[in-house]
Design a protein around this ligand. Structure first.
Ligand code: FEO
Ligand code: CA
Ligand code: CA
Ligand code: CA
Length: 596
């Protein structure tokens, strides 16, 4: 164990100054190199990215939009050669399509999308699987690598597990209830111990439009998930996104998707046993008894923390034996009690309220309406559960809770201790008996986020934390090989504080506990996703999402278009290139482990 730096922190690096400008910034002594940008080629037949003449055919052979989860599957155990998996969560048409947005008399107008533009959006969603290699200390994409693949909103997937073939997931195009076209809004995810890629389907409600009669048998189900939100225009061209025409289609989304990356022709599997929610991600760990435990956040205000424990056990060195582990197991939802204990409540048909009298005829019904099942079980309503990561080194589990400004004073509880929670918090769970598969545990709040200099905020960073080191809105996180916690934020950027999203190193042990330091920050308008430390701790990959977006009115006119936005042209800084989401590789200058 390496000696700790001054103040007891496990991290030794010079903090980045908080601030905001057109570029990204990493701590001194580190390189932050662009690895993959929206539109980059993955295959030798990928058309060169031409943003003014983009097509769906080109996009489906290029790196997609708004990179979120980043995972790595080593080849032969290497931290220098492996398969990178990246989710493409959503699209920003105003930043993608030239001329879509016009501004006249200070008013912003966004035109309707054409069918080709909708098809480009569909091809820009999903995920990328790509072989990468480190040569002379720098990462490179291997073009035409034998695993290289794009998964999109039109890739055929298979629904497996208890919901497969159920009447409620059959549609006019799929009378089997097993063949689902596409996966989208893949936010965070995971890599399983057996080396498959997990894509979590999150805000699927946005893609559906139309209206169902209030007395339709799926109306209440849809309402609980906010379906249809109508944020996308896909229903204009594809009936399956119109709930009036295909009322069962939304129930085919909101699942955990597993992809066998070693076979580029494999059909991605929607693993229904893990429940249907707005899944943030699915980080996993092998328990002492060999069962595999997946931690699952449902990212919505007042929704829940879940975990799934496989029935079968993990077999090392026999990949095939593990390939259907995700079809059988127990899904649990968390109840955090005031005394600092935690119960994992099983979501099992026939147990407690999950019976026919409440409209659940089978486990398939329970899983399709996972949220309602958890409501009836009395789970704890949380402040937007995002990434949840088990820590193999210290045995704890870290839960990122982004924020919840809708929580009223009378709704405060010990696990969600602030009303109007604008900055979020982090909970640390200790499972009973040191077993990740346990059905009870203990918990405490590691950190209440926000500016410690503003007393009303009630933040709990250590006094060692500088004005650069505090953050709000924890979203994604990574545990490095040394067991240290790194947190990426979503929404920490605002004009009032002159800050951006970024990557923070957070101490969890000893006197330095709850000390945070800024390691990397994103360009204006962006949010940080991904973070991933490779097994040798010598590379951190981060995903810069929606750079230049005007969500917080940075440009002065709210939603800057491809042409109008002057705030940044990251990462190319060329007049004929739009801003581009990109995956960045962070390494130490001259090599070596990061921040030790
Ligand atoms: Fe896609 Fe929960 O963030
Ligand atoms: Ca978030
Ligand atoms: Ca997220
Ligand atoms: Ca995010």
């Amino acid at each position: 164990q390496k000696a700790r730096a001054a103040g007891g922190s496990a991290f030794s690096f010079t903090e980045v100054e908080a601030g905001v400008d057109a570029d990204h910034h990493v701590a001194e002594g580190y390189d932050a190199d662009i690895l993959l940008r929206w539109g980059d080629a993955l295959f030798s037949d990928s058309p060169v990215f031409d943003p003014k003449n983009q097509s769906a055919a080109a996009q489906s052979r290029q790196f997609g939009y708004n990179n979120d989860y980043v995972g790595y599957i080593p080849i032969d155990g290497s931290s220098q050669h492996g398969i990178l998996v990246v989710n493409h969560e959503y699209t920003n048409p105003h930043l993608m399509f030239p001329g879509l947005v016009t501004i006249a008399d200070g008013k912003i107008k966004q035109a309707k999308l054409s069918k080709e533009e909708v098809d480009i959006e569909m091809a820009a969603h999903g995920g990328t699987i790509v072989e990468i290699r480190k040569a002379d200390g720098k990462w490179q994409v291997v073009p035409d690598g034998k695993y290289n693949r794009r998964i999109t909103a039109v890739t055929e997937t298979e629904l497996t597990g208890p919901v497969a073939g159920h009447e409620r997931v059959k549609t006019s195009a799929d009378t089997t209830g097993t063949k689902v076209i596409g996966t989208f809004n893949n936010c965070a995810g995971g890599v399983t111990p057996w080396g498959t890629y997990i894509m979590a389907e999150e805000n699927f409600h946005g893609y559906f439009s139309g209206e169902l009669p209030a007395d339709h048998k799926e109306a209440a189900n849809h309402k609980r998930y906010g379906v249809p939100e109508g944020a996308y225009e896909w229903a204009d061209f594809y009936d399956r996104f119109n709930v009036a025409k295909e009322p069962n289609e939304p129930s085919r989304f909101g699942w955990i998707v597993e992809v066998d990356v070693l076979d580029p022709t494999s059909t991605p599997k929607k693993r229904s046993a893990l429940g249907r929610t707005k899944h943030e991600g699915a980080a996993s760990i092998v328990d002492k008894d060999g069962r595999v435990v997946f931690y699952l956040g449902d990212d919505e205000r007042f929704d829940y923390v879940y975990k799934f424990v496989t029935s079968g056990t993990y077999t090392a060195n026999d990949r095939t034996a593990n390939m259907n582990l995700l079809d059988e197991g127990t899904l649990y939802v968390a109840k955090f009690t005031e005394d600092g204990t935690l119960q994992w409540l099983p979501i099992v048909h026939g147990q407690g309220p999950l019976k026919a009298e409440n409209g659940f005829a089978s486990q398939a019904d329970v899983l399709i309406e996972t949220r309602r099942a958890a409501d009836l079980l009395g789970a704890t309503k949380m402040d937007r559960p995002e990434d949840i990561e088990p820590n193999a080194v210290n045995g704890k589990v870290y839960v990122m809770l982004t924020n919840n400004t809708k929580r009223k004073p009378e709704q405060v509880d010990a696990a969600n201790p602030r009303a109007d929670n604008a900055f979020g918090h982090i909970i640390e769970i200790t499972e009973d008996g040191g077993a990740f598969g346990a059905t009870s545990g203990k918990w405490e709040v590691l950190l209440k986020c926000g500016d410690p200099a503003v007393a009303d905020v009630g933040a709990s960073f250590s006094t060692e934390t500088t004005k650069n080191g505090w953050f709000g809105m924890p979203d994604n996180c990574s545990i490095d090989a040394a067991g240290r916690l790194w947190v990426a934020t979503d929404g920490n950027n605002n004009k009032a504080t002159g800050r951006t999203d970024g990557l923070w190193a957070v101490d969890t042990e000893g006197d330095a506990r709850a000390t945070s330091k800024l390691f990397y920050r994103v360009p204006v308008g962006a949010e940080l996703c991904g973070p991933l430390f490779l097994p040798d701790d010598q590379t951190a990959f981060v995903a810069v999402q929606h750079p230049g977006d005007g969500g917080d009115d940075w440009s002065g006119h709210g939603r800057p278009s491809y042409y109008e936005d002057l705030s940044t042209r990251w990462p190319d800084f060329k007049d004929d290139m739009p801003v581009r989401p990109a995956v960045v590789a962070i390494t130490k200058v001259g090599g070596g482990k990061i921040a030790v």
